[in-house]
Design a binder for this molecule. Structure first.
Ligand code: CP
Length: 312
């Protein structure tokens, strides 16, 4: 048996823990779809403290809690509407919110904010994204999506396209993939490359083979999964630099069909212009199923950190 208190980084999880979380997540399918009722988290309260915008992460945390019989306190725009606006420190905020909630899901524009919150909080902290750093619950739902769409994570070639430098979803997905015998092909302009140190860490685990190219059509010919993300506008201090990188890669249905009929197309969303709407009815398009998988993963994580489930 293994217990989990905080979920701040996928770097801290073993393959056995990851597989256990994915299995637990899938066991919640009927409850997530509203076909079965659950009171597993009755009497428990989750606070969602979001200092950056979100559609999927905050709402899927909240529906996960509600579907499991728990309750939610939500701050959707904490920089403006919490006492952070008056200058309160994050350490003081979490030591206050722990009096009102049994767990805290936090999204914050500062790197390591969730890690720091976890040091101060007496209740579990779940990292819902810290700056351009990590987004571990997204990484888990991405692993689950590969497993559900392809039957296995081992043996897959994942082509990761776009802003591999700034996109925290990519960082956490790559950290998760590092535990599987698979292949990761990074496709980006040189300016948007994944951090060298992260690639070294991944390779040191000896499971995931990592390759890099700027040739998207060639990479797609090898792909079982294409994972594409937008250029992360909010991470650029220089608007001219964003304008220069914007539109670096765009994928449409014709490109996918030229590469093959059986590529699973993932996107953590939101999308801007990097993935054309005509991909939506390409057979492998699975980004809306991917966002549903976020409910399953967040149910599993909430059940685990609140002591209502355990990993074998
Ligand atoms: N994937 C993701 O983090 O989406 P949101 O910004 O909508 O939460």
């Amino acid at each position: 048996m293994s217990s989990i208190r905080d979920v701040v980084s996928l770097k801290l999880f073993s393959r056995e823990q990851l597989d256990g979380i994915l299995d637990l997540a899938e066991s919640f399918e009927d409850i997530a779809r509203g076909k079965k009722r659950s009171e597993l988290l009755a009497g428990k309260v989750l606070a969602t403290l979001f200092y950056e915008p979100s559609t999927r992460t905050r709402l899927s945390f909240e529906t996960a809690m509600l579907r499991l019989g728990g309750q939610v306190l939500s701050v959707a725009d904490a920089l403006q509407t919490s006492s952070a606006w008056k200058g309160e420190s994050l350490a003081d905020t979490v030591r206050t919110v722990q009096n009102y909630a049994d767990a805290i899901a936090i999204r914050h524009p500062e790197k390591w904010a969730a890690h720091n919150a976890a040091k101060y909080a007496s209740v579990p902290v779940l990292n819902a994204g810290d700056d351009a750093n990590e987004h571990p619950t997204q990484g888990l739902l991405d692993l689950l999506t590969v497993r559900r769409e392809r039957g296995s994570i081992d043996g897959q070639t994942i082509v990761m396209v776009g802003d591999n430098k700034h996109c925290r979803s990519n960082h956490s997905f790559a950290d998760g993939l590092a535990n599987y015998n698979a292949r990761l092909v990074l496709v980006n302009p040189p300016e948007l490359a994944l951090d060298r140190e992260q690639i070294k860490e991944i390779e040191a685990k000896g499971r995931l083979a990592v390759g890099e190219t700027t040739d998207l059509p060639e990479a797609l010919k090898q792909a079982d999964v294409m994972y594409i993300v937008r250029i992360q506008k909010e991470r650029y201090s220089d608007p001219a630099e964003y304008e220069r990188m914007k539109g670096s890669y765009k994928v449409d249905r014709a490109m996918l069909e030229a590469a093959g009929p059986n590529i699973s197309v993932m996107h953590p969303m939101p999308r801007v212009d990097e993935l054309a709407p005509d991909v939506d009815d390409y057979p492998g398009a699975c980004y809306f199923r991917q966002s549903f998988n976020g409910v399953l993963i967040r149910m599993a994580l909430l059940a685990l950190v609140l002591g209502k489930a355990q990993l074998r």
